[in-house]
Write a protein that binds this ligand. Structure first.
Ligand code: MGD
Ligand code: MGD
Ligand code: MO
Length: 753
């Protein structure tokens, strides 16, 4: 069994070679993506040896940084590569101090790992050397993670247990959520099963989404198309109906919520002259006024769960949509009841899964970072290019560090960060960029020193998913000249004089045993075997599952004084004095409709009339697996598919299967057209994560050959000064049929090829 980026899997071997996979019997739902694991392992894009950018090898910090990304690499020995890394680290530390060493973000390389948690492992390595500057926040749910605890409850994944929802909800609103895709990873694969069980369950399913998603189609949900970035207006329209028809739960609001009377003046238009009535909301959202009235009445009339995803907050003013939906749920008054209320955690992760009775297996920790130089991750390009600049964040001032050396292990910035062309400018700023990678990702191509990392199939790990603890063993030895990340850091820490601090005298296998033994010591209720018996046995420990009767916020509902929320008033805050005190016009004192910087209603829509959704991909984990044969299942004309409405395509002479060019003032990319009525008019969807494949490598603004959505997105402004979160979902584009012969895709070749 291997502990892969997509969770623990059985590997099938023949003649020493991995030829297939088998899902755990406990998985509950099949996942076709996993079949591409063998191809991922032996992939043609594997980094085979340590490589250094030719000009960097010659000129070091005086190299021409504008040529980064041009694929001109030279193979060096491990010894030479590691001396280069250590001497660069020493140089930067001596000349500029530790804050000029910077940890790049990594996340999805190691989400299931315990030993190989690459982000803390990298930080641990840098901390051993005296620390580094770093970032905070994430691309996933930063806006909601900041606003939710301020105005409601603390955890973005909080939800009632599935059996409670299934047994009590009569209506479920899937609000900007596509769980049959987004639950396909992690232990959430078990939650896929729960979603599939909703089919024909008798629960009325209604989905609010610009796209008729895989989930909507598979579960047979009713689709309410909405213009992207307008969910706040829809929620306000519904709340207006509840208030004007006196269908809101006034008793719930007065007992459990703060500020409704003040907010009601905004709803009615008393404060700004604009009633947020269904006709107003219909104009903004494209959802007919009658539908808004119908939905509001329906929700008020029956036990309703709102299951919201995270797309609605990965947008300009992204704090507002979750806050507005919490307010809507408060008006419905079903929060804390079985099958009622709102959750932002069912589409993915552990939300709704009964807690198993088992110990938590620990993982690699970073230890303290002596340097305090930190900025929001969504500000990456701004921070790398303008050292010393200050920004506001939640009433505080943040000053950017002077980043000179960037160290990345397990992140793919050139696919995940917004506005790729601006990012390339940022990648020209540091003197030195070191990347550990198993594959020649776009980010590896922009590095100076590329160290070939062994992937998850090539190392020992302990696994923990749901109610299982698993012995996960290296399936094959590291391919080519690659080494496991831990060994690379251990060797570097040796050269830099702090090996003991980094390793605590442990090998990878010693850490596996250490984390297992720690868990075993905690496991009082259910005895665990000794490590050797576990490791050499069948490798699967199964623990009892919890009852599954948890009702989110039932305790708060039962006694709000004894069980208050963590907000300033202990109640749900429809008005927040804490937010209001900041006086941020981009995040006012109660949920407010604020026009996004780019949307169908803005001036730029004249040139770029289509709103771009860059949702999470069915057949990839972000950029991972893009280089595998899983791609063959969904790529169109050999490129990332772009989903476009039949009328929008016809107006542009675009037919199904055509190669099209998407562009705006920030960038341009080619994609394969999928013409359909399953997307609302005026919206196109290009999933995030396709490998950036520049026609002229390293050149800013050049044509991307195969559909990296972030060539088109904005990385500024951010949601607001409150959360400083990404707005990947707020983008306008234009599309045209690509004239001429489309250039060949070369993203997965070795750099010299
Ligand atoms: N297979 C797979 N699963 C994944 C991932 C992956 O890469 N692959 N990534 C994981 C990670 S890291 C995360 S953070 C989660 C992300 O989870 P989410 O952020 O919830 O996922 P998205 O795909 O961005 O969006 C979900 C749905 O919202 C819709 N949507 C987009 N814009 C709007 C809008 O303005 N309004 C409304 N109402 N709907 C909108 C999209 O069409 C889509 O159907 O997924 C996780 N799951
Ligand atoms: N436009 C747009 N952009 C988005 C999003 C969106 O919705 N729209 N979603 C955002 C979200 S929610 C997220 S979480 C991010 C995800 O962004 P990332 O976390 O960067 O996602 P991955 O593509 O999974 O990157 C993991 C990298 O680690 C490498 N890797 C895998 N295994 C190993 C290993 O063992 N060792 C080393 N050293 N490396 C390894 C992989 O090859 C890959 O390059 O993207 C964000 N970007
Ligand atoms: Mo994410």
């Amino acid at each position: 069994m291997a502990n892969t980026c997509l969770g623990p899997l059985w590997m099938i071997k023949q003649g020493g070679k991995v030829v297939g996979i088998e899902q755990l019997a406990q998985d509950g739902a099949s996942n076709p993506l996993l079949q591409a694991m063998p191809d991922r392992l032996y992939n043609r894009a594997r980094v085979q040896a340590p490589m250094v950018r030719r000009d960097f090898l010659k000129n070091r910090e005086k190299s021409d940084r504008t040529t980064r990304g041009n694929n001109d690499f030279v193979e060096v020995s491990w010894d030479e590569a590691l001396s280069l890394v250590s001497s660069e680290m020493q140089r930067v530390k001596a000349r500029y101090g530790n804050a000029s060493l910077h940890k790049g973000k990594s996340s999805w390389s190691s989400n299931h790992a315990h030993v190989h948690r690459l982000e803390p492992m990298l930080q641990r390595f840098l901390n051993g050397f005296g620390g580094s500057s770093t970032f905070f926040g994430n691309y996933s749910n930063q806006a909601i993670s900041e606003i939710l605890p301020t105005v409601a409850w603390g955890s973005v994944s909080a939800a009632s247990d599935w059996p409670v929802i299934r047994g009590n909800a009569k209506l479920m609103l899937l609000w900007g959520a596509n769980p049959l895709v987004t639950s396909r990873i992690l232990s959430a694969r078990y939650s896929t099963k729960n979603w599939l069980e909703l089919k024909n369950s008798g629960i009325d399913l209604i989905a609010i989404d610009p796209v008729r998603s895989e989930t909507i189609r598979e579960l047979g949900a009713r689709w309410i198309p909405i213009a992207p970035n307008t969910d706040v207006a829809l929620a306000l329209g519904m709340m207006h109906v509840l208030l004007s028809e006196n269908r809101h739960d006034a008793k719930f609001l007065s007992t459990y919520a703060f500020g409704f009377a003040e907010f009601a003046k905004y709803l009615t238009g008393e404060t700004d002259g604009t009633p947020k009535d269904p006709a107003w909301a219909a104009k903004i959202t494209g959802v007919p006024a009658e539908t808004i009235v119908e939905l509001a009445r329906k929700m008020a009339g029956t036990r309703t769960t709102i299951a919201c995803g995270w797309s609605v907050q990965r947008q300009h003013h992204g704090e507002q949509a979750p806050w507005a939906l919490v307010s809507l749920a408060a008006m419905l008054g079903q929060i804390g009841l079985p099958g009622g209320g709102i959750t932002f955690g069912l589409h993915y992760g552990d939300g709704g899964m009964p807690n198993p009775r088992m110990p938590v297996v620990g993982g690699m920790s970073s230890g303290p970072n002596p340097v305090n130089a930190i900025f929001p991750i969504a500000r990456l390009s701004d921070a790398w290019t303008t050292p010393g600049k200050t920004i506001e964040y939640k009433g505080k001032t943040i000053t950017y560090p002077d980043v000179r050396l960037v160290y990345i292990s397990g992140g793919n910035q050139l696919t995940h960060h917004q506005d790729t062309n601006r990012l390339i400018k940022a990648f020209r700023a540091p003197e030195t960029i070191v990347v550990h990678e198993p594959w020649w990702t776009p980010t590896a191509r922009f590095a100076d020193i590329v160290l070939p990392a062994a992937c998850d199939l090539e190392r020992d790990e302990v696994g923990q998913v749901r109610n299982l603890i698993l012995a996960c063993k290296a399936v094959v030895a590291p391919q080519h000249k690659s080494r496991v990340d831990y060994d690379i850091f251990a060797e570097l820490s040796d050269r830099l004089g702090f090996r003991e601090k980094f390793t605590e005298g442990r090998t990878v296998m010693d850490w596996v045993r250490f984390f297992y033994d720690q868990a075993r010591a905690q496991s009082k209720a259910v005895p665990m075997p000794e490590f050797d018996a576990f490791w050499n046995g069948d490798g699967v420990l199964e623990f009892p599952m919890g009852k599954g009767d948890y009702v989110h916020l039932a305790d708060f509902r039962a006694d709000p004084l004894l069980n208050p929320l963590g907000t300033a008033t202990g109640k749900i805050e429809i008005v927040s004095r804490a937010v209001g005190k900041l006086r941020y016009d981009d995040c006012p004192t109660h949920p407010t409709w604020l026009e996004p910087v780019e949307w169908k209603g803005s001036a730029a829509a004249k040139d770029y009339p289509l709103q771009l959704v860059s949702a999470h991909p069915m057949y990839r984990l972000h950029s991972q697996m893009d280089n595998t044969d899983a791609g063959a299942r969904y790529k169109v004309a050999g490129r990332e598919p772009v989903i476009i409405n039949t009328a929008d395509a016809a107006a542009r002479g675009i037919a199904n299967g055509d190669v099209v060019r998407l562009f705006n003032g920030r960038g341009q990319t080619l994609a394969g057209a999928v013409v359909t009525d399953d997307i609302s008019k005026g919206t196109v969807c290009l999933h995030e994560g396709s490998w950036y494949d520049p026609l002229k490598p390293g050149e800013i603004g050049t044509l991307d050959k195969q559909g990296n959505a972030n060539v088109l997105t904005l990385d500024e402004p951010l949601t607001s000064r409150f959360a400083q979160a990404t707005i990947a979902g707020t983008t306008l584009v234009q599309i045209e049929k690509f004239a001429g012969t489309p250039p060949a895709v070369t993203a997965y070749n070795q750099p010299a090829a």
